[in-house]
Design a protein around this ligand. Sequence first.
Ligand SMILES: [Mg+2]
Length: 378
Amino acid sequence: MRVTDVEVIPIAHTLPEGEGLGDARGFGRSRSTSLLRVETADGQVGWGEAFAPGSVVAPVVDEFFRDAVVGMDPLDAEGLAAESYTDPYHFGASAFVQSALSGIDVALWDLRGKEAGEPAYRLLGGGRRETLTAYASTMYFTEGEDDAAEQVRAAVDEGFDAVKIKIGSGTDEDVRRARIARETLGDDGRLMVDINGNYRPRQAIETIKALEEFDVAWVEEPVPPENYSGYREVKSRTDVPIAAGEAHYGRFAFKRLIDDRTVDVVQPNLGRCGGLSEARRIADMATTENVAVRPHVWNSAVGLAAAVQFAASVDDYPHVRHVPEPMLVEFDRSDNPLREEILASPIDPSGGEVTVPTDPGIGVEVDEEAVERYRADG
Ligand SMILES: [Mg+2]
């Protein structure tokens, strides 16, 4: 099986005026991402997602990857990450090279699985679990009326008992939002908070201490992703698990988070971290250092499917036998047709649990007609 073509398909969706969604860094109305469609000589098609705009991903693929990938056997996928640090050399660790690599790598794993008749998680080392715990990402800052409680209630009504909310606009407001979320979710639900890197360490520490009464399962990106010393300071002075990884690219960046347990939870995004090959290396480093691995997902359905396959394969070691920690996978609850409409059957998190697809490859069938409707270059 040899690759004959690599296509970058930019897709996008824009929310209506006034309905933008916010995190601590500001509001956004449009989402753009890139699907990678990789075809082989025998007509097989593999799909991946580079979680970055197509206007950036397409030239990166052309400049750095196309020559290596066309003619390649998908069985050689794992070598592409090393190549990405060797050939683009000065640019290998960059966000856009790693994003492009992610999309290609996942598409190659999809092809490997289809060729072998096996789901990707089995080829990644075997299934550790058949179901995953879905958590809802919700309680965004909104441009319109403050409907914070309503957003959490909607997730609870869908059956989620694990929820992540946006905070990061000042300690008093953080406490107000966490209280609303905890009251709506109930005492037994799992609550995570996300600061999107908006604080300096001192502010993050103040907020995290103020949130202790709400039994927070993790605080995500308390300080900017680049601020490793800030992470160490926050972690040493607080007593709530710290998570990061959605804005980290490639194994070397993750190594800095994992070394000395700078964070408690790493969150590789399968459309950015370098793909399934690199995510597996990251997971091996993390579990070796007793750091938890919980994929970040704000992608289209293709990146989500890759995250589900990855999560199914991550080792539980070190075991937490008597207080088991579920493998959590993120399900953003904001309006996003790129997540719901481009698969023949979307992955369904209702009830707060996801059954890992066992079909070959990344386990899903892309609806190419639906993809065309969201194409951003047509
Ligand atoms: Mg986040």
